[in-house]
Design a protein around this ligand. Sequence first.
Ligand code: HEC
Length: 188
Amino acid sequence: MSTTIKLILGASVAVFACSQAMAQSAQPAADTGAHAPYGFGTDVSKAELAQFFSSIPDGRDLPEGSGTVMQGKKVYDTQCLACHGAKLEGGIGNRLIGGRGTLDANAGEGPPIKTVESYWPYATTLLDYIKRAMPFTAPGSLSNDDAYAVTAYILNQAHIVPDDAIMSKETLPKVEMPNRNGFRNAGR
Ligand code: HEC
């Protein structure tokens, strides 16, 4: 028998023994209200589920809330600027604007520069990404309003929406991203 197979068998025996021990030590009806850190055994709430839920590009199921470009600038300056730069030029975090047209191999514009402005095909998934993944050190901490606002600000700095734009579940899906038609099926 190979070492790998022995290891796998050993691990399954250990897991089995462990589950037996847990089953034996389970105390009926002694719920003190204290749960393990991940809440094993508790009902999952809608808010908890929402953390794992992604909006799809057409904007169905986008969250409630809204935000303006000006509100977004405040969010950006306090929570994003340190990593993405005062002019969204990048730093620790990616460059977020510019590079429009540089992904076209025939454009002759020099090396491709991949940003929200040059690459992202949908504004809806931008909101979704920001809401779930940013700020990098505290993902999921932005309110819906702040996420909409900072999305509005980035789109505005990328010259995609005007200064008076208000982003919400109604307006965001209507934003036309510059690279929307820059994707082709791989034909597999
Ligand atoms: C601590 C540094 C840090 C902070 C603060 C931060 N980001 Fe980021 N951001 C990153 C890093 C690093 C990445 C790349 C993550 C990856 O590729 O997995 C990133 C990626 C992104 C992207 C995707 C860029 C692309 O084209 O792939 C967006 C959009 C973004 N951040 C927006 C924001 C917004 C909005 C905020 C403020 C609410 C923010 N970030 C705060 C570090 C940061």
